[in-house]
Write a protein of this length. Structure first.
Length: 96
């Protein structure tokens, strides 16, 4: 599954990067250098970084004990289910 939009920070701000993404039908959302910080790009990136942090909270993800990709994928899916379950509990969503 490919994304239609790519959010990256100022470190990737160049026309070369933008021109490499457009032929692949990927719209680059890159904060421009020397502009105000009001691009709101941080709001999107924060969600991604927070989610990665939640995954790293599980020891089996942080320290890869299993070298087989199939087993690692299974642990990733279990951890994702736990994260979704915790979010549902916090929001008071009925799980019946």
């Amino acid at each position: 599954m490919r994304s239609d939009v790519l959010f990256v920070d100022r470190g990737y701000d160049s026309e070369t990067t933008r021109n490499a993404l457009r032929p692949q039908s990927i719209e680059p959302v890159i904060a421009r250098r020397r502009e105000d910080l009001g691009s709101s790009l941080g709001q999107v990136r924060w969600v991604v970084e927070r989610t990665i942090s939640w995954f790293k909270g599980f020891r089996r993800i942080r320290v890869r004990y299993n070298r087989l990709i199939l087993i690692q994928q299974a642990w990733n899916e279990i951890d994702a289910a736990i994260i979704c379950f915790r979010i549902a509990l916090r929001r008071g969503i009925s799980l019946e």
